[in-house]
Design a protein. Sequence first.
Length: 470
Amino acid sequence: MERDLLGEVEVPAAAYWGIHTQRALRNFPVSSFPVPAELIGALAEVKQACAVANMRAGLLDARIGEAIVAAAKEVAEGSFTREFVVDAFQGGAGTSTNMNMNEVLANRAIEILGGQKGDYGIVNPLSHVNLSQSTNDVYPTALKVAAIRLVIALSETVARLQGALQKKEQEFAGILKLGRTEMQDAVPITLGQEFGAFAEAFARDRWRLFKVEERLRQVNLGGTAVGTGLNAKREYIYAAIDELQNITGLGIARAENMVDMTQNADVFAEVSGLVRAAAVNLAKVSSDMRLLSMGPGGGLAEIRLPALQEGSSIMPDKVNPVITEMATGVAFQVMSLDHAITLAASSGQLELNAFLPLIAFNLLTELKLLANAVSIFRTHLVEGVEADEARCRRWLEESLCLATALAPYIGHEKAGELSMMAREKGTTIGEAAVEKGWFSREEIEAIFQPRELTRPGIAGSGKVKRNKEG
């Protein structure tokens, strides 16, 4: 039986949490989604740093402080995971999660010191574990630590996808194919150029994510309730930041304006926006892969995706592009999470944003989701994709797009006339041009070289010298 300002509440005897967590369990039976493990681990590291800083500032008895540090290390390493029971969707700006941590660390520290759980005369969740702190500085600090790690991991994962696509760019460099704009025949392109464009999109994502990690390094630890630092000694504040740097190995820095860092959550919206941009590229490239592989008998089928599982319970020999569909679905989910983060970040009021738990759950979830999807997309699809060179050549030859390459020699109108003639006779542009007597076969071959058709300038210039427009 534990007591707080509102009265008494029964707490399970075996639990490491206490009355504040127990009330949160009753108040927020919302989703069954737990607070992300990355946030719990980071919060434990913050508590460890704070305990050390309180001891260095002479505010916390070393015996109690060392027990809290030991407990925090255990939690940060993954122990007591089942004791963090508050739902991810909670009111109070993260107070319930902070109190869940304070109570678990206090009760574990009590055990370390030889006492029984609940004997807060030995170690108190508020007076000792939460000393010199507020939810409003430790929670966003922990969120930034967790987010930095996941942003770095996502950036590295995207970089590996970029590399895989660049390998395919080189592999497919000599495969000429039909380009398409607005789902209609356009001018020639190489399959390598298409994959090179995919790689460049992810190169931008990799760089943006790599750089945005810096935006998360400024923290308001020591700012306590509203960023003014009330109840936190100056020696403690500087020691807490230093110790958190040592524990995490990250370039954490004290914010110049901790009131700003306490009330404004735009940095999380900024980071999420760049994650969303990466999701946009994943959705687009996944869609393109799915389209290019469609068929195989009745579609484009210019590339072959790895066959991973049977695709139908009724149609034999059907294999679906399931990885592209998974990746697209994850991208859509990330975009929706980003929208929720945008709404939450814009809804802070005065000195605090009460919706940090929503921001934390969605930001950390989207980072993990996208990293997993990008990794699978690379290993299960991109690295095994193959080109169907014959199919690429077939669609190019059957298209009338090559008339565009002849327009500089004969003019736009005659090129259109040539296209109509080829369509009516069921022949190729090159054959129609030779039949008309406007070009020799050697000239057509010189113009229609893959390298000539897929680089700046007029195809065949220097080899086809005469102006044929007249």
